[in-house]
Design a protein around this ligand. Structure first.
Ligand code: HEM
Length: 131
C-alpha cells in the first residue's frame, strides 16, 4: 500500500513538472493552446492528488513536517513553487519577471526532488560535497 501511494506521489510529481514546464513554454510563446478550458483545472487536480499522497506517506511513515527537517524543507519548497508558478503563469506582470519566476520555480522543484532523494534539507548540496 505504502509503495502504491509512493508511486502515485512520484507520478504526480512527474506530471506536475512536465505540465508546468510546457504551460510556461506555451504561455511565453503566445500559444492559443493555453486557452483550453481543461488547462485551467487539470493542474490543480494533479497537484491536489500529489499533496494528498504526500500527506498519506508522511502519516504512514510517521514522519511529519516541522518534526522531520527534510519534510519541512519540502513543504517550504512546495509553497515557493506554487507562489513562483502563480507569478509566472498569471498575466499582468512584465514578461521578464514572469520568465524569471518560471525559471526559479523549475529550480525550486529540482531542489525539492533532491531533498526527497537525499532525505536532507541540504538536498543536492550533499552531492556537491557540502555537509
Ligand atoms: C514539489 C513537491 C514535491 C516533490 C517534487 C516531491 C518529490 C518526491 C520524490 C521524487 C519522492 C521519491 C523519493 C524516493 O524514491 O526515494 C518523494 C517521496 C516522498 N515525499 Fe515527496 N515531493 C513533494 C512534496 C512532498 C510533500 C509536501 C511532502 C510531505 C508532506 C512529501 C512527502 C514525501 C514522503 C513521506 C515520501 C516517501 C519517502 C520514502 O518513503 O521513500 N512530498 N517525494
Amino acid at each position: 500500500m505504502y509503495l502504491a501511494i509512493k508511486y502515485l506521489h512520484v507520478t504526480c510529481v512527474v506530471i506536475s513538472i512536465t505540465g508546468f514546464f510546457l504551460r510556461g513554454w506555451l504561455t511565453f510563446a503566445g500559444s492559443p493552446v493555453m486557452n483550453r478550458r481543461w488547462l485551467k483545472w487539470a493542474p490543480h487536480l494533479n497537484d491536489t492528488i500529489l499533496l494528498a499522497a504526500a500527506i498519506g506517506l508522511a502519516t504512514m511513515s510517521g514522519q511529519y513536517p516541522f518534526v522531520a527537517p527534510w519534510l519541512t524543507a519540502k513543504i517550504v519548497g512546495l509553497l515557493a513553487y506554487i507562489l513562483l508558478g502563480v507569478v509566472a503563469l498569471r498575466p499582468g506582470r512584465p514578461r521578464g519577471v514572469r520568465i524569471a519566476a518560471w525559471l526559479a520555480a523549475l529550480a525550486v522543484f529540482g531542489y525539492v526532488v533532491s531533498v526527497a532523494l537525499t532525505r536532507s534539507p541540504a538536498g543536492g548540496l550533499l552531492w556537491l560535497g557540502w555537509r
